[in-house]
Design a protein around this ligand. Structure first.
Ligand SMILES: Nc1ncnc2c1ncn2[C@@H]1O[C@H](COP(=O)(O)OP(=O)(O)OP(=O)(O)O)[C@@H](O)[C@H]1O
Ligand SMILES: [Mg+2]
Length: 339
């Protein structure tokens, strides 16, 4: 399977990563002067729902009264013969921090890219604050900020210039731009180094810069795909501190993927454990560990990592389904660039 084997992919122009594996991917916006998020003709079709199987569910904080930020029903996506997402059902409640967890190749990034409108929805349905991502793509794009798994900052621009580019693309009014850019850089702790080339930033600083880029449009939904991969523990905490501070101030919803179970445990209100394209367990970290403890019996004190291992099981070694060479290669490249 080659990277080119994505006939349905939205190839919306590139914001930046000049050294990306697949230029043009994972980008919501066109940064060229006068560029605007592109509105494409809808692709794919909706062919019905399929309830999740074997899913442990639990109401989100606040229960059903809260608006849903993301609703995914029966989502399927295949790259050629490889099924990446296989009947995914997921609801992210407004205001929560929701963690999408799962082993390499589980389908997290693919699912997220369907939510961001970067990939079409060939089967199933995806809504963001009630807007269908297929029929109401531009409305969805206006509501979200996205930090992709691949790096998206431009090393050849300063931090301030990188964020200013996003401000222009997202139509932040000209007279507000300088202040909003400064505010976003301040919010992620980069004010002091804002005029240095992003290429001189450490991995943690780059990730925080991308956070500032994603926050410039004041999104209601912030989507972060492995925001802390390859970072040292202090830099990881730094990134999370800024995410949580902005979230506390704005009430935005956060959908995040991570391989770090300690992060998920500490910061996520609820997590979904995805494996082979589907959600296998869902709930608060506490609830999931309690459930496993109940199954293991007295004396056991399982962590979220134990729940992860329990759900992913032998699939972690299943090279036909996940953890393929390309996944490892992709993750390492990302980590190398960040670190
Ligand atoms: N562009 C692509 N072309 C072909 N196959 C792909 C492509 N992107 C993903 N896949 C395949 O789809 C499946 C799901 O990949 P995806 O990147 O969504 O997983 P993930 O859960 O994000 O993994 P990771 O934790 O490694 O980031 C994998 O089998 C992967 O090899
Ligand atoms: Mg991924």
């Amino acid at each position: 399977m080659s990277d080119d084997d994505q006939p349905q992919e939205d190839t919306t122009p590139v914001t930046g990563p000049r050294d990306a594996d697949r230029p043009g991917e994972d980008v919501l916006t066109d940064p060229r002067p006068g560029g605007r998020p592109r509105e494409d003709a809808p692709t794919g079709s909706h062919d019905g729902d399929r309830p999740g199987e074997g899913v442990l569910t639990e109401p989100g904080p606040g229960g059903r009264a809260r608006e849903d930020a993301v609703t995914v029903t029966g989502l399927r996506y295949a790259f050629g013969g490889t099924t990446a997402v296989d009947g995914l059902d997921l609801t992210v409640t407004s205001g929560e921090v929701f963690g999408l967890l799962g082993p390499n190749g589980a389908g997290k990034t693919t699912a997220i890219r369907c939510v961001t409108t970067l990939l079409p929805v060939p089967a199933g349905m995806v809504r963001v604050f009630g807007h269908d991502v297929t029929t109401d793509k531009m409305a969805v794009r206006r509501l979200l900020g996205y930090v992709p798994q691949q790096l998206s900052a431009d090393a050849g621009l300063t931090g301030r210039e990188n964020v200013a580019l996003f401000a222009r693309v997202f139509d932040v009014p000209r007279r507000e731009r300088a202040a909003r850019v400064a505010q976003a850089l301040e919010a992620v702790g980069l004010a002091e180094v804002a005029d240095r080339m992003a290429g001189t930033y450490s991995g943690g600083m780059v990730r925080r810069l991308e956070l500032a880029q994603a926050l410039i449009s004041s999104p209601r939904l912030l989507i972060l795909d492995e925001p802390t991969i390859g970072l040292d523990p202090i830099a990881r905490t730094g990134v999370w501190d800024h995410i949580m501070a902005v979230r506390a101030a704005s009430g935005m919803t956060v959908l995040v993927t991570t391989h770090y179970m300690d992060e998920a445990d500490q910061y996520c209100d609820r997590v979904a454990l995805m494996h082979q394209g589907r959600v296998r367990a869902l709930g608060t970290p506490r609830r999931l560990t309690d459930d496993l403890r109940a199954r293991l019996g007295d004396g056991a004190s399982p962590t979220l990592e134990d729940v992860f291992r329990d759900v992913a099981g032998s699939g972690l070694d299943d090279l036909d389904k996940g953890g393929e060479f390309r996944d490892v290669r992709r993750t390492r490249r990302t980590a190398a660039r960040v670190g």
